[in-house]
Design a protein around this ligand. Sequence first.
Ligand code: AMP
Ligand code: MG
Length: 352
Amino acid sequence: MDSHSSSRAPGDGPDAVWSERLGREALFALDVVREAVHLTAAIQDETAGGTITKADASPVTIADFAVQALVAARLARDFPDDALVAEEDATVLRQPSVGGLRARVASMVRRAVPEASTEQVLDWIDRGGGIGPRFWVLDPIDGTKGLLQGRQYVVALALIVNGVVRVGVVGCPRLSVAGGQAGPPDRKATGGGGSALAVRDRGAWWLPTSGERVLLSVSARADPVHARVLWSYEEQHGDAGRASRALRALGSEEPPIRMDSQAKHVVLAAGEADVLWRFPQDRDFHDAIWDCAAGALLIEEAGGRVTDLAGRALDFTAGRRLLRNHGFLASNGMLHEAALAAVQRHDSTFDL
Ligand code: AMP
Ligand code: MG
């Protein structure tokens, strides 16, 4: 219980005063991510209800495309000059053989944008390839296996201007963060849900689906022995051997917390874990920017630190992937140097 420096902090003032300080982009991002999360829930309800039966239309596939189209449509309306970088494109959806999937995606998007034609939906999805000095980056469904298997998944949206993440929103339908704390780390994904929002130089907050807004603040744990370390649920998303060796080198006696998606970043920002790392399986693998931009800002604005495994700042000017970085390391700040040392101590990757 020593580790929550400000977990009971108030949410930072009355709603009107608070939202005034955030700026238009942050309020837009929060709105559209909430809308997207609703859409994913509707898609899950439909698929679970048996409305959708064909094998080519998994809920994840439909939700990925539908969320990307929705966010692109809202951007076209509110920030028409801004570029969007996102995981999907509509090449597959345009093929004649996937007419059923195409129709389902379009019909889901029409729940939010009733006037949208199918062609418009495809064009919106194809807006996801742009990059420029100012662009939004979207992971429409981060943690796809988590969504399917009842674990965590999120919708993640960030705004990057001249290589700096300015705004980040992570919509977490299955996470609970109570009073700035994320609950027991090994919990099942049965939380009430909410969204985490960060604005550069303004702060980071958890906005639960129901309940009071809370300020996000990292833990104050400084002793590596008690460090709670987060990494991917999916073994194949990283080098499990390197992760385990680093945990031993750190000296942590806490069990690692395995979790899907940028829900991990929210948990760290909420002070419920202390270190988060991602070890690529080989030197040539670089994380996609949509897998970390929003989450990285949340952690920084909650008082934590974010680098790659070599201690370098993340370079968001390298394209769709972090081509000039190796892996990912985030912490509450106090444990960062210890984590970096542990990562590098027994790791031949750093012998060069
Ligand atoms: P996580 O839940 O933290 O493992 O992150 C999920 C993200 O990992 C997905 O959105 C993918 O973009 C990404 N991913 C998929 N395959 C791999 C892989 N082989 N190595 C690293 N990341 C991956
Ligand atoms: Mg992802």
